[in-house]
Design a protein around this ligand. Structure first.
Ligand code: TXA
Ligand code: MG
Length: 350
């Protein structure tokens, strides 16, 4: 399949490109598009064959449900219900934005879209290209992240091309994603709102809005807790670079000393990579040292994380060491992704 590729300016969107892309979606095709979190791989959410094509293009297990993207709050009632008061409150505060909410689904949402579940995940993204595409396509676009299953989520059009060229109908390139981490997922089908995946919208922000919210216990302990996560996707080892990734956690000096010692005793045929910060970059003398941003700037770290993980694949790192990042607001989400990328391989140093 030949993949059509269009570059778009979010501030001056070419209506002809949106028309073509919407035509493709309405005909059951696949269109990758930018959102503020990561790029999505979109198809008509209400068309079971189109949704099924997404799984094939990504190589994604079919029990892992898709998020339905909408562009207007009025679109919610046709696919989800009952919609609790809490959801309207969160929508008011955070939509369009990096928040996905889980509801009971209505009949019209096919099981291919929800991975067989009786619930549906819904999000209104904060990107004008995405919103125009959704509206022009009939209002409901199912979209997972536009990466091959098991690869880091794409935060640029080039990342999407790396993974999806020849596998989908069209790529809309809208530049770099502003946030760079997938949306926060909150389940509103239970008495207490449950965070199934941490993201840019923190648990404190949700608690402030609703008065209560808890983490799905399976997030914290990961697979080791033995509990199945409520978001089926959280059980897979996502975001994995090809090299073996180890996170080194502790006081900065001890972390730097540990990683330096690993570099010093590497085998001659090994390529070592380090995920460093602006503050520590110059302290490592490894084959590949990538600066993820300042340790003081957690938004920059979030934005760069997936691009950095992809670079190590390109540069064929065998072993990768990463410092741990403890931001106060989105640190939880950053570490959640990094720990999964590392297959829970963390070393504490002091
Ligand atoms: O920021 C995002 O959310 C991006 C952009 C494209 O919107 N999308 C994204 O989709 O990250 P994906 O498919 O990579 O992750 C969706 C996650 C998976 O972990 C999936 O299991 C969970 O959402 N999910 C979807 N529907 C669900 C449901 N009904 N109940 C529980 N979890 C659900
Ligand atoms: Mg994904």
């Amino acid at each position: 399949m030949k993949t059509a590729y269009y570059s778009l300016d979010e501030n001056q969107i070419d209506p002809e490109v949106i028309r073509k892309a919407a035509e493709t979606v309405k005909n059951g095709g696949l269109v990758a598009f930018p959102t503020e979190t990561v790029y999505g791989l979109g198809a008509d959410a209400l068309n079971p064959e189109a949704a099924a094509r997404i799984y094939a293009a990504k190589g994604r297990p079919s029990d892992n449900p898709l998020i339905v993207h909408i562009a207007d709050l009025q679109a919610l009632d046709a696919i989800a219900g009952p919609v609790p008061e809490a959801a309207l409150k969160l929508a008011e505060e955070f939509w369009p934005g990096p928040l996905t909410m889980i509801f009971h689904k209505k009949e019209c949402v096919p099981k291919q879209t929800t991975g067989g579940l009786s619930t549906v995940a819904v999000r209104m993204p904060a990107n004008r290209i995405a919103l125009e595409l959704i509206r022009a396509s009939g209002g409901y676009i199912a979209a997972p992240s536009a990466n091959l299953s098991g690869r880091p989520s794409p935060t640029s059009g080039a990342h999407v091309r790396e993974d999806m060229d020849g596998r989908i109908d069209m790529i809309l390139d809208g530049g770099d994603a502003r946030i760079g981490l997938e949306s926060t997922i909150v389940d509103l089908t239970e008495e207490i709102p449950m965070i199934l995946r941490p993201g840019y919208i923190s648990i404190d922000m949700i608690r402030k809005s609703l008065g209560k919210a808890e983490y799905d216990p399976a997030i914290e302990g990961g697979l080791a807790s033995g509990q199945a996560p409520k978001a089926p996707g959280m059980k897979y080892r996502h975001y994995a670079p090809k090299g073996e990734l180890t996170i080194v956690s502790g006081e900065r000096e001890a972390v730097v000393a540990y990683i330096r010692a690993r570099i010093a005793c590497k085998k001659p045929d090994q390529r070592i990579g380090v995920i460093a910060t602006e503050e520590t970059e110059s302290l490592y003398n490894a084959d590949i040292v990538l600066n993820i941003g300042s340790a003081e700037d957690e938004e920059a770290i979030a934005r760069h994380l997936y691009g950095v993980l992809r670079s190590f694949d390109e540069q064929q790192a065998d072993l990768i060491y990463s410092e741990a990042f403890y931001g106060c607001r989105i640190g939880q989400a950053i570490m959640n992704r990094l720990i999964k990328a590392a297959g829970h391989h963390i070393i504490e140093v002091s």
